[in-house]
Design a protein around this ligand. Sequence first.
Ligand SMILES: [Zn+2]
Ligand SMILES: [Zn+2]
Length: 346
Amino acid sequence: MKALVYHGPGKKSWEEMPKPSIQLPTDAIVRIYKTTICGTDLHILKGDTPEVTDGRILGHEGVGVIEEVGGGVTSFKKGDHVLISCITSCGKCEYCKKGMYSHCENGGWILGHLIDGTQAEYVRIPFADNSLYRIPEGSDEEALVMLSDILPTGFECGVLNGQVKPGDTVAIVGSGPIGLAALLTAQFYSPAEIIMIDLDDNRLNIAKTFGATQTINSRNTNAVEKVMSLTGNKGADTVIEAVGTPVTFELCEALVAPGGRIANIGVHGKSVDLHMEKLWSHNITITTRLVDTVTTPMLLKTVRSKKLDPQQLITHRFKLSDIDKAYDTFQHADREKALKVILTNE
Ligand SMILES: [Zn+2]
Ligand SMILES: [Zn+2]
């Protein structure tokens, strides 16, 4: 089979690899139908994730059809259409029992990281019973690729941890796919205002069509002054960090209202300053989280009932064999006006 293989920082190639086979009775082999590229894949290619070794197939999102299951898999059979979760969970360890699948002692985020991933014609999924979700017949399978990672991430790490409530003011720093996923799912709770902050006007315009009530380009507007003027000098009840840099996190500290929450989603590579000289008395909460994908079954229902339309996040489509072109588009997302790209294995 063909797959996108990582060969050290800056190097990848679409090349022939052995087709995966069942290694444990709890495994399933899935023939990939559609997959995508994540910001995390770009981090890996930059060399930010040294645990990813030369020869690893990248990718942790996708939908497909079960090709084969091990003898211990009871929920799925050959031919079933499935959504692959970016998080692999054994369902048995202490963390899985608490619903913290991201910290599963036998799984967690391993796909396209510590084991071969989904940017391939076939993928082996360990603990298939817990790590795959059945796709209801008649679903828009392409849209469901957004449920492998970005929608549960925006929802769990941003909206749930940020405790968005009816009537709240929510500020989201970062209007990329993850920030937009938080914007879409925050609306389950009817906040009064959702303010999106980014440096890219195109992404802010998209945010408006996704339900943002205010947008701020922090390249030419002082975001703190603007949010304070919009909120009667209080700040935002929930501030969601969807970038992962010291500057954006410190912006969140300046935007949060007394009693508010800062919910971090961004992947941080550097330490940030925590302004306790101001925040110590402000009754705020700061949360961090790696997505657990525990809300995936719920999100599937909201997509089915059209309360959530993930299709809006897809801007570009390629054949899986044109994955180099797709990476080029995604790496130049500003220039290409790209959010999520879909790769189809025909
Ligand atoms: Zn991802
Ligand atoms: Zn586990």
